[in-house]
Design a protein around this ligand. Structure first.
Ligand SMILES: [Fe+2]
Ligand SMILES: [Fe+2]
Length: 332
């Protein structure tokens, strides 16, 4: 026993069994754009979808600390180092909010962690790419956190209360992350020719994988429609990807960098930028575990978990002692 928090499996959850009256109440809450809360009845599939999505999101925040965390000791100045420490720490916080939100659905953090470490649960494909240079830290902040903002702002209105509320704070922090990435690239882009080339190289490598973060095209995303009907998701993968492209083109221009897509062009009739086909085979390979860093990321996570066993044991012992002290005081 290493976790002192209540085991939510032992807390009675509302039944998932079909119930016409309860289903009508659930449907009415959705229709009125109100939140579904942990106490409310919900269809079993709604619960399952949310546990999968929220835990996958939490895992992404936690694994996402690795590529940038590796640059903390190599950041080029004290100021850059303290900003990066704060950013990586924010991501840890996002993971914790999200695990807590998922726990309200009756799955424990231990179970979710186990699913991640056994490879049963996924995390965002983007974190299986290496951060090779300091400019990559800028590209991750600008592109990856930028994509996260596009994905997560609509999640603030997610029908499930604990997830939507967690997203409000997360999004505020993501927008700071995106600006710090933009500012790193801006400094490099306006530096020496070598620094500018390094910034462009980082953008060249991260742009395609960042677009893939929105998931497969709508035609190849069978669960999206149900998630939209449940108001978990508010926009489709392709709609969000389009928003991202439209947002990034002027920002790239302001940076003096180019986006690596020869088909990128303003389409007056659509009022959006057209963009080229993405390499979906690459996304499938990375999701299947064959990205450049999948093995390394999981090995690092498992080692960190094992190395942290003494912390969990100490925290559990401390909590036990305090619980018994509290009980003694109450009886005194
Ligand atoms: Fe985050
Ligand atoms: Fe972030």
């Amino acid at each position: 026993m290493t976790d002192t928090r209540p085991d939510l499996r032992s807390v009675e959850q509302p039944s998932d069994a079909p119930d016409t009256e309860a289903q009508a109440h659930f449907d009415a809450l959705l229709a009125a754009d109100e939140r579904i809360e942990p106490r409310d009845w919900m269809p079993a599939k709604y619960r399952k979808t949310l546990v999968r999505q929220i835990s996958q999101h939490a895992h992404s925040e936690i694994i996402g600390m690795q590529p940038e965390g590796a640059w903390i000791s190599r950041a080029p100045s004290l100021k850059r180092k303290s900003i990066l420490i704060a950013k990586v720490q924010d991501e840890a916080g996002h993971g914790l909010y999200l695990y807590s939100a998922a726990e309200t659905l009756g799955t424990t953090r231990e179970e979710m962690n186990e699913q991640l470490m056994s490879g049963k649960a996924k995390y965002s494909s983007i974190f299986n790419y290496p951060a090779l240079t300091w400019a990559d830290v800028g590209a991750i902040g600008w592109l990856v956190d930028g994509a996260a903002i596009c994905n997560q702002v609509p999640l603030c209105r997610c029908s499930y209360g604990p997830y939507g509320r967690a997203m409000v704070r997360v999004c505020k922090e993501e927008s700071f992350h995106q600006r710090q990435g933009w500012e790193i690239l801006h400094a490099l882009s306006n530096g020496t020719p070598e620094q500018k080339a390094m910034a462009q190289d980082a953008v060249n490598r991260y742009y395609g994988p960042a677009l893939q973060m929105f998931g497969p095209p709508d035609a190849d995303s069978p669960n999206s429609q149900q998630s939209m009907a449940w108001k978990i998701k508010r926009f489709s993968n392709d709609e969000l990807r389009q928003r991202f492209v439209d947002m990034m083109v002027p920002q790239a221009e302001a940076l003096g960098l180019t986006l690596p897509d020869p088909d990128l062009a303003w389409n007056e009739a659509r009022g959006h930028y057209d963009y080229g086909d993405l390499d979906w085979d690459e996304l499938k390979a990375v999701i299947a575990g064959n990205g450049p860093c999948n093995t390394q990321r999981m090995a690092h996570k498992i080692k960190a978990h094992e190395d942290g066993a003494w912390v969990r044991e100490a925290a559990a012992a401390y909590a036990r002692r305090h619980t018994s002290t509290d009980a003694t005081l109450k009886h005194a």
